[in-house]
Design a protein around this ligand. Sequence first.
Ligand SMILES: O=C(O)CCC(=O)C(=O)O
Length: 292
Amino acid sequence: MPLSSLAWFLEIPDQRCIDVLDRQNRMGALDKTFLLDTVAPQYERDGIVFPIPVLKPEEIVAYRSAFEELVAHLDTGIETVRWTHLFFRWAYELATHPAVVDAVEAILGPDIFIRGTIIMCKQRHSPSYVSWHQDGAYANVNAYTALSAWIALTDSTAENGCMRMILGSHREQHAHLNHPVRDNLLHKGQEVQAVFDEAEAVDVTLKAGQMSLHHFNIIHGSNPNRSDGKRAGFVIRYVTALGEQVGFPVIRVRGQADCSHLELAKEPPEGSLEERIYAWKQHELQRQAMSR
Ligand SMILES: O=C(O)CCC(=O)C(=O)O
């Protein structure tokens, strides 16, 4: 069977996704024909493509435990953790994972930078939700040269508050209003001002180790966690040099494009967890002071 006919794996049960991943890993990379013939067109049509299996079982365990170790040192109830790729090796390695970046390259092309990361973790029975929004409306980036990867560190289901998407809504950007509400994980409470039918939203259900790629302009949100387990996703915002503005320290992942207009960040050094957490906290304080 030609690998290009792997299109079926987007529609199939999880075990077969894992089988495909195993096969791809034996080959050393995600199959390019599959990425270009299936992943990219589906993203173009719907504004989201999922599930894409990217992590091997042992990688899921390693990344999940690195994340748990970090939150145990911060505050076990924490639900959003930003910028980890600048301070923690595991987070940098996940954000530059070849299987993840291969899929991103099929959509954005060969010139790729990381603009930001955020871990979105809803604790068991957490009322936290994400209001309906378009990232592109307030991200100050060209939405057509950027995308978000959402890598599941735990299974993500309708019950535990997976992302929900309005397919095809990425073709138009709408105004947003801010309604800050305590349980909204978007702290400014951004809400898209568009007419759409919530009943038509698609649940982005993922198994741990799978990811989705979504357009900066797709309308999306998520519900509270009504389950007994946590729901955690590692989100990476990728951009190209073309659409990115100064103001965010970016890390080049692939390509040679001129990026003299951008502020380049370095990959995180090795160091004890305590040192890295100290550096991360300083950075958080600085950014909070700047955004006030
Ligand atoms: O994790 C969630 O529930 C929402 C994530 C989100 O809005 C995003 O990645 O753009």
